[in-house]
Write a new protein. Sequence first.
Length: 260
Amino acid sequence: MFKLPSRIVDISMPIDDAVITDPSHMRPEFRRLSHTDTIKQWQTMYEGLKPEDLPGGMASSYEYITLTTHNGTHVDAPYHYHPTMDGGKRAATIDELPLDWFCQPGVKLDFRGYDDGYVVMPADIERELKKINHTLKPLEIVLCNTRAGSRYGQDDYIHAGCGFGREATLWFTERGVRVVGTDGWSWDAPFSYTLKRWKETGDPSIIWEGHKAGMVRGYCQIEKLGNLEALPGDGFTVCCFPAKVKGGSAGWTRAVAIFD
C-alpha cells in the first residue's frame, strides 16, 4: 500500500501576471475567461444550448497565457546555456533529460548573509556544507537560499541575492551534482552587478559565467524557487520534474520538498 509522505513543502512560485518577477520584455500576459465568458463557446459545440440549461448558468473558466518557458519556477536545460555541453556534444533540451535527475535527495545551503551581486566561490560552498555537516553525493539536488527570496514580488527582486559563477558551478558538477536551484531570478549574479563589473574590467568571461559552465559539463538549474527558508539543511527529497516542452530551453515545474 502506498504511504503518503509525512510532509510536502511547496518550494515553487506561481506563474503570475500581477507580481513582477521578470524584466518588462519577459513578463507573462494573462487573459482570463470566467464561467459566463465561455457560454458562447459552449453554444458553438452544443447547438441550441441556452445559459439556463447549465447549472447556475455557468459554463467553464480558463485562461489564455502568453509567456516564456522561463516565467515562474522553472528548470533550465543545458540547451539554454549554449548549443553544446560536455565538451562539444549537442546540448540536451528539456524534454531529453533523464527523469531521475529531478527526484533526488535535497540539500539546502543558506547564502542569505551574502551581499547582493556577490559571486559565490567553492570555498563559500564548502563553508556552508560544513555548517550543516553534509558531504555532497552524486545527483543530490542543491538548493541555494539567497536574499532574493525575501524580495520576491518587489521592484528590486531581479537585482537581489548572490549568484554562482563558473568556479562554483563546476565545483558542483565535478561532484556529480546535476541539478541546482536558487530563489533568485538567475543562477548567475544579478545582471545589473555583472554589468557594472564588466564596465569596470572589460572582461566578457564574467557574463553569464555560471550558465556557460554547462558547456563543460551539462547540468540543470531551477530558478525562482520559494519558501527555501522553511527547509532544513538536508533530510528531504526534491521533486522538480520539468514540463515536457519539445526542444525547449526550459520547462515549468511545481517543485516540492518531501519529508518521510
